[in-house]
Ligand binder design. Structure first.
Ligand code: IFM
Length: 464
């Protein structure tokens, strides 16, 4: 044990202790109050697309149980919450008519958070594109980025008096990869050129929205993207070919997004890989890179695990292969390697590569399938160990100078995990799928202690 393990580790004053969710994963009520259809409503109805035939139709019913869930957050002692606004609730056809009942819903939700002293971090796009836009090409169509900026302005106008921080886009790499390259997420496309086109239009959408935010003169508002960041590790660090392949894979997953948003343009090495794979990148128009670099006031870090890379061809067109991971590294119930040290290294790398940009951990969490026991409680001690280890990593990075402002745990509550349906449980709060009964897990009670005190207890200290 080090002294860090045996003492309370205090986080900076003002640190944000948060939870994280997204609309389609928790809200349900897909037909309520004039909400339009989203690509996920449609995708869930494709036979075999989602495990067990699950859908987000009901999810955690949070659209109707918002007050109850805000009370849960208050009970957890958190001072921040990240959630997403559903575009199809606010502009059901994607463009044009605004649905006031959708705005009213989020008005109440935001007010409810603020009444409990919980600061809202609103995501504008967490994958629930209105189908009306998908029917005219979705994110493959450049026009969707313009529609997104219009939707963003509606949200800035409606909520900007109470929401200071905005995530424009959640995980552009995942949208391109799973939604358009592998067909595992909505809209279920398998087209490499479409995937890179979509990623570009998502970045363009971010830039247009930030431009609109700046034009509106909202001086203290801040916006950023929540990226799915994966540290890449060479399979054999002494093999120069593996090391080179690892750098290339980093270009694909991380730099392709971070570099242009922070004014460095698309990385040349990855540009060449894409050109070899799909031909000319003709969807990048003059001026786009300036728009994309309109500003990013923070980097949203969604961190779960890492990629181990060797040289050679994997399934895709790339000259690298993603290995299965090391047998001696512990894993979550979803099989993801648990590597908190990689989070510390990632935060330091972001601090060095994009100096001065505040960092928010917009997602971090783990799947553990623990269910209520005979005593009615959920003793998910593995989740406590997971969060503890990751917060220690964050604390180390802060100590070394990384400007980390907050940690939003994924997730507040067990919810709809996309193509895996309701099987994976990510929540600090357990949900009985039949009754919607919420039970705060031991991890939630532990997190409450951390959030309230602003400090991590010594390892092994019984704080429940
Ligand atoms: O549930 C997802 C979330 O929607 C986006 N980031 C990863 C989470 C866990 O897979």
């Amino acid at each position: 044990m080090t002294t860090d393990d045996t003492e309370f580790l205090r986080f900076p004053d003002g640190f944000r202790w948060g939870t994280s969710t997204s609309a389609y994963q928790v809200e349900g009520a897909v037909g309520a109050d004039g909400r339009g259809e989203s690509v996920w409503d449609r995708f869930c109805r494709v036979p075999g697309a989602v495990e067990n035939g699950d859908t987000g139709d009901v999810a955690c019913d949070q659209y109707r149980r918002g007050t109850e869930d805000i009370a849960l957050m208050a009970g957890l002692g958190t001072n921040a919450h990240r959630f997403s606004l559903a575009w199809p609730r606010i502009i059901p056809e994607g463009g044009g008519r605004v649905e006031k009942r959708g705005l009213d819903h989020y008005d109440r939700f935001i007010d409810g958070l603020l009444e409990q002293g919980i600061s809202p971090l609103a995501t504008l796009y967490h994958w629930d594109l209105p189908v009306a836009l998908q029917d005219s090409g979705g994110w493959r169509n450049r026009d969707t980025a313009e529609r997104f900026a219009e939707y963003a302005v509606v949200c800035f106008d409606a909520f900007g008096d109470r929401v200071r921080d905005w995530v424009t886009i959640n995980e552009p790499w995942i949208v391109g990869l799973l939604g358009h390259q592998l067909g595992l997420h909505a809209p279920g496309e398998k087209d490499l050129k479409a995937s890179v086109t979509v990623m570009h239009h998502l970045l363009l959408a971010h830039g247009l929205a930030v431009g609109a935010l700046r034009t509106a003169g909202r001086e203290d508002a801040r916006a950023g993207i929540a990226y799915s960041l994966f540290p890449n590790t060479p399979d054999d660090p002494s093999d120069p070919a593996d090391v080179a392949a690892t750098a290339a894979s980093d270009g694909y997953v991380n730099r392709w997004f971070l570099d242009p948003v922070h004014g460095h343009g698309y990385p040349q090495d990855m540009r060449e890989h894409w050109e070899q794979a799909v031909g000319e990148l003709d969807f990048i128009h003059d001026g786009d890179l300036g728009t994309i670099a309109a500003g990013s006031d923070f980097i949203g870090v969604n961190f779960y695990s890492r990629r181990i890379i060797s040289a050679g061809r994997g399934d895709g067109p790339w000259p690298w292969k993603v290995e299965k991971g090391r047998p001696d590294v512990p894993r979550t119930d979803l099989g993801w390697e648990i590597v908190p040290d990689d989070l510390a290294a990632l935060l330091m790398r972001l601090h060095e590569d994009y100096p001065g940009v505040p960092l928010l951990i917009t997602e971090n969490g783990a799947v553990y399938g623990d269910e209520p026991g005979a005593d009615g409680a959920v003793h998910d001690h593995r989740r406590i160990a997971f969060v503890d280890a990751h917060l220690r990593a964050v604390h180390r990075a802060i100590g070394a100078g990384a400007p980390v402002e907050g940690y939003y745990h994924w997730s507040l509550i067990d919810n709809f995990e996309w193509a895996m349906g309701y099987r994976p449980r990510f929540g600090l709060v357990h949900v009985d799928r039949r009754t919607q009964r919420r039970t705060v897990k031991d991890s939630g009670r532990w997190y409450a202690g951390v959030a309230r005190s602003g400090a991590l207890p010594p390892i092994g200290e019984d704080v429940l």
